[in-house]
Write a protein that binds this ligand. Structure first.
Ligand code: TYD
Length: 193
């Protein structure tokens, strides 16, 4: 099984990913917790500090993903449950939010990104989308780091996630409350399946 966690910065994905890993391990499952961007072929995080064009960013994240998918597939074949803290829906939502302002159309932006993803497509079985108000998200990360995206941009990213929610069959989790509250709703879903 392949699970991805998505959401804007400060939605609690990383903490929830670890909580989910512990829960699945307690059920005696083998778990491979991974994240994007990876550090596999290049240092994506330091590249992101450069003032790069959106198209350059798209290809960097996609290239990183092509290599990541090989690792994910290997883990699945070896019987692991894979949890990825961010995956392709981050490119759809973050780069999609920027492309939308260029192409003036959300659907066109999504179609373009989906076309690039298509040849190596490997979709998660479950996409948990942790939905948080950007103001709340920012106030959470402000406590932890200096750099963060501005609220307007995060609003656009959130709108893109919401736009994809039905199309990409997200399991939407209200993440405005405590981590425990979000995780309880994730468990409710996991127990059902
Ligand atoms: P993030 O998971 O927020 O890292 P951390 O919390 O450890 O700093 O990811 C870093 C940033 O990269 C985040 O702002 C989202 C962005 N990103 C994209 O824009 N596109 C992508 O495809 C991915 C995977 C991440």
């Amino acid at each position: 099984m392949f699970i991805s966690l998505e959401g804007i910065d400060g939605s609690g994905k990383s903490s929830i990913s670890k909580m989910l890993e512990d829960y699945l391990k307690s059920k005696n499952l083998k778990v491979f917790l991974t994240e994007e961007p990876t550090k596999e072929i290049f240092d994506v995080k330091s590249l992101m500090e450069m003032n790069l064009d959106v198209y350059t960013r798209i290809f960097i994240f996609m290239a990183d993903r092509v290599e990541h998918i090989k690792k994910i597939k290997r883990a699945i074949e070896e019987g692991y449950v894979v949890i990825s803290d961010r995956y392709v829906d981050s490119t759809f939502a973050y780069q999609g939010a920027v492309l939308k302002s260029i192409l003036k159309d959300m659907e066109k932006a999504y179609q373009y990104l989906d076309c690039i993803y298509n040849p190596f497509r490997y979709d998660p079985d479950i996409i948990f989308y942790l939905d948080v108000d950007p103001k709340t998200g920012i106030s959470r990360i402000k406590r932890k780091r200096e750099f963060f995206e501005d609220i307007e941009f995060l609003n656009d990213v959130r709108n893109f996630y919401l736009f994809l929610s039905v199309k990409r069959k997200y399991v939407k989790i209200d993440s405005n409350g405590s981590l425990e509250y979000s995780f309880k709703n994730i468990l409710k879903y996991m127990e059902k399946i």
